[in-house]
Design a protein around this ligand. Structure first.
Ligand code: AMP
Ligand code: ZN
Length: 114
């Protein structure tokens, strides 16, 4: 499958990986919009939240465990951070492999839609 995040998970293309276990990989966003901007993905391909079903629920648990651990490693667990997943066209999703953005390292401000 021609999916850039599958290629990152399979190490077919380079990325700055900050966390990895059997089910999850996390790497720095190539175009960061905050001092800490990390993407957390399941290794198994699924396009978006809208495609999730029961077989993915274990991955979701691992993703949120990873997010907590990464926040501690990056030193933003106490200052706080935002977790975002974009879904579909109106959500502004560009890469159709489920991913959660971790944004932190400064005040991310109020949630803005535009
Ligand atoms: P979105 O699908 O809207 O959540 O955005 C996809 C995100 O993936 C953007 O923030 C991109 O900067 C990021 N991105 C795209 N390609 C790469 C890559 N090869 N390595 C790291 N981040 C990437
Ligand atoms: Zn994929």
């Amino acid at each position: 499958m021609d999916c850039i995040f599958c290629k990152i998970a399979n190490k077919e293309i380079p990325s700055d990986i900050v966390f990895e276990n059997e089910r999850v990989v996390a790497f720095r966003d190539i175009n960061p919009v905050a001092p800490v901007h990390i993407l957390v993905i399941p290794k198994a391909h699924v396009a978006s939240v809208q495609e999730l079903d029961e077989k993915h629920y274990g991955d979701l648990t691992e993703i949120f465990k990873a997010i907590k651990e990464i926040a501690v490693k990056e030193g933003i667990d106490k200052s706080g951070y935002r977790v975002i997943t974009n879904c579909g066209k109106d959500g502004g999703q560009e890469v159709f492999h489920l991913h959660f953005h971790i944004l932190g390292g400064e005040s991310i401000g109020k949630l803005r839609c535009k």
